[in-house]
Design a protein around this ligand. Sequence first.
Ligand SMILES: NC(=O)c1ccc[n+]([C@@H]2O[C@H](COP(=O)([O-])OP(=O)(O)OC[C@H]3O[C@@H](n4cnc5c(N)ncnc54)[C@H](OP(=O)(O)O)[C@@H]3O)[C@@H](O)[C@H]2O)c1
Length: 277
Amino acid sequence: MPAHWRWSRSRLQKGDGRLQKLRTLEDCSDRFPVTGIGNAWSREYYDGPFYLVAAPSGRPAISLVFVQTRDGNTGASNPEDLGGGPTDKHLIYEGLSRVAADGVLAGASSVGRSVFFTISEPQLVALRRDLGLPRHLAQIVMSNDGNFDLSARIFTTPDVPVFLLAGNQCIAKVGADVRRRPWITMIAIGGGLPGTFKRLRDEHGIGRISAVGGRVTATSLVDAGLVQDIYLTTSPIEGGEPDTPWYVGKRAPKLDLIVSKRELAPSPIVFEHLMIG
Ligand SMILES: NC(=O)c1ccc[n+]([C@@H]2O[C@H](COP(=O)([O-])OP(=O)(O)OC[C@H]3O[C@@H](n4cnc5c(N)ncnc54)[C@H](OP(=O)(O)O)[C@@H]3O)[C@@H](O)[C@H]2O)c1
């Protein structure tokens, strides 16, 4: 482990053990089709309303959510090693970025055995309830080839709907098992991603999606023109798996700043909400 990792991580653990407030650096939200949400607690900690970009006509709104290291890496077997700390985890990642969403989406490689996408902070659980949304979000997994474990927690929680966006190989591999679990809906992606997401919206009421990666999944969504914006946290440390930016395709999208914030902490995270052009 490089020395700067050890230093930075021990500082994070020692000094910033709990959620800290953010302070706004720049707010350009009046140039974009956004709506602000929040309650007194979230406005205090996030320093203002949290913006949602309007959904495009006929499709769900899809927002990416990533934490990257200072040198731009997003890959790590344990994403907490990327240095986002409790403010990113509880206020942004398991919090505001999904508080108004109908579902959380991840690629098969980011669905470990114990993964279950939820909201942890009680004040944001209350905000979700006040928005008239159910306690839990639908869990959405994308897979072409079925490289995931059907006994993982995300697939074995019958109270919470799961949507498996599945390629032909995946359907052949797990289709029979999935049909025995009525809480899992399998949607074939053979007809292309735009049609798949239109079906999710029209037939299953999924109008807003928080897409949490990883980079391969995020890139395929961006390249298909399905993503409106990204909530991007940059941590104060270097590290992560080398050469793992959140976008790994051929046409890096144009990004326009909606709002930027900095954590009130000795080693602050920087948060940016960016429109994807
Ligand atoms: N920094 C962060 O915020 C963050 C967030 C999430 C994950 N991560 C980290 O990122 C790493 C994983 O990222 P990754 O990019 O390697 O994998 P990933 O995007 O999580 O998953 C890739 C897999 O998802 C499926 N997939 C992706 N796009 C698809 C499409 N268009 N159609 C059908 N299936 C599709 C495929 O599954 P099949 O192989 O089954 O076909 C593919 O192999 C891990 O280290 C994880 O911890 C970091």
